[in-house]
Design a protein around this ligand. Structure first.
Ligand code: C5P
Length: 407
């Protein structure tokens, strides 16, 4: 297999790449480059032995981040300590994974930065083994592999063929494209296979005249992250998006709109659907007397008459064959009460409420925290990066969607 991943297949994913000391380390820069081409952020951690095969400078140049190697480096630890590195990662990829590194991983050792990060992280681990065929076949290695697999460590490869040492057999590290495909596959799940999901995201723009508009600070990040998480869960996703600067999520049908009325029309034209998720920050009002030519500056007051926009979510919930509907609510206080009120008022199935005003949370931020509420229950999804939170939210949506279908 030689095909590159689609762009954005790993959008905003944080991959911590451990490069351990084997000759296959020469392939690591290609792995980094391809992960980044697929949209991932890559932080490289080298073992001390890896430095005998490849320089940190090469990996720094391709990853765009300072390469980490030392466990006891006060300057680097002050910037992002080993525990923060462990928390930062969405996935830990070990490529190449030498026999020695796998043995240390199995034992739970923490005698260098790379092994300490593995021990301190909850992120899934994917290892691409690379070693001499005799070392691969050795019962000690096979025993380590079995123990690691039983603990949930996943493996990509090794392949078989001629080796750098002149021998032929299993132990060759897979090619970069295959390793990247295996990394992307880690995020794939089977929760909503074949389920049709329609989503709205981003802000809307309400024109004042041909060059001016009213809008809001919504970045679309949460909606785009949910679209990706839904697609990874097997759903067939259509994303109706207001203007954002985000790259289109891979594997999702994207419909670009500007105004609330465009969004309303685009959504209604795509019904029926199985699930509808409204993350868009739809402008509540539009300008009734928008000018068809640019309004010229004058000294007199300018009055804009605002009229209400359609409530898209409410219209979808009231449609002929309503899907499972999920709305969002940005609240500053009494989150649960307001969210329950919204559930009733809009006759929807679920509300995901975020407490706006918290530092680094909500609009335009990378992190969020959600209180998810449905008729007879609720769940708090604690603060996390929007990409991770989106996956947890999709778990809850899939669970409640299945519960509704079972009724
Ligand atoms: O009523 P409120 O604007 O607080 O409700 C927010 C929820 O309703 C969000 O899910 C938002 O996407 C959706 N909404 C909508 N159409 C509107 C206003 C809000 O779909 N015109």
């Amino acid at each position: 297999m030689d095909a590159a991943l689609p762009p954005n297949a790993l959008a905003a994913r944080r991959v911590l790449l451990i490069v351990s000391g084997g000759i296959a380390a020469y392939k690591a820069p290609d792995v980094v480059r391809r992960l980044r081409d697929a949209g991932a952020e890559v932080q490289v951690v080298m073992t001390p032995a890896a430095g005998a095969f490849i320089t940190p400078l090469t990996l720094q140049a391709v990853s765009g981040r300072e390469v980490r190697a030392e466990l006891f480096d006060p300057a680097a630890e002050a910037a992002m300590g080993h525990i923060e590195l462990a928390r930062w990662a969405d996935v830990i990829l070990i490529a190449p994974a030498t026999a020695d590194f796998l043995a240390r991983l199995r034992l739970g050792m923490a005698n260098d930065l790379a092994s300490a990060v593995c021990l301190a992280s909850e992120a899934p681990i994917l290892a691409a083994p690379a070693m001499n065929q005799q070392m691969w076949k050795h019962p000690a290695t096979q025993d380590n592999l079995a123990a690691l697999a039983a603990r949930g460590v996943r493996f990509a490869g090794p392949g078989a063929g001629s080796q750098a040492c002149g021998e032929v057999g299993p132990g060759r590290m897979l090619e970069a494209t295959e390793i990247c495909a295996a990394t992307a596959a880690l995020f794939e799940r089977d929760l909503l296979s074949g389920v049709r999901v329609l989503l709205t995201a981003g802000p809307t723009r309400e024109p004042i005249d041909p060059v001016r508009y009213i809008s809001n600070h919504s970045s679309g990040k949460m909606g785009y992250a949910i679209a990706t998480a839904l697609r990874e869960a097997g759903a067939i996703v259509t994303l109706v998006s207001g203007p954002t600067i985000l790259p289109p999520p891979a594997g999702v049908t994207l419909v670009n709109v500007e105004t609330a009325r465009d969004m309303h029309e685009a959504v209604m034209a795509r019904l029926p659907t199985d699930i509808f998720v409204a993350t868009a920050a739809v402008a509540d009002y539009r300008i009734d007397n928008a000018a068809s030519n640019k309004i010229k500056r004058s000294d007199s007051a300018l009055e804009l008459k605002l009229v209400p926009n359609p409530d898209i979510l409410k219209c979808v919930a009231a449609s002929a064959a309503p899907p499972f509907t999920v709305g969002f609510a940005a609240e500053t206080n009494d989150v649960e009460r307001h969210a329950r009120d919204k559930l009733e008022r809009k006759a929807i199935d679920m509300v995901a409420a975020n407490l706006v005003g918290g530092a680094g949370l909500g609009f335009n931020a990378d992190d969020n925290e959600l209180m998810v509420i449905w008729r007879d229950g609720s769940r708090l999804l604690p603060r996390a990066a929007k990409t991770r939170l989106a996956r947890t939210l999709v778990d809850v949506i899939a669970e409640r969607y299945a519960a509704r279908a079972a009724r």
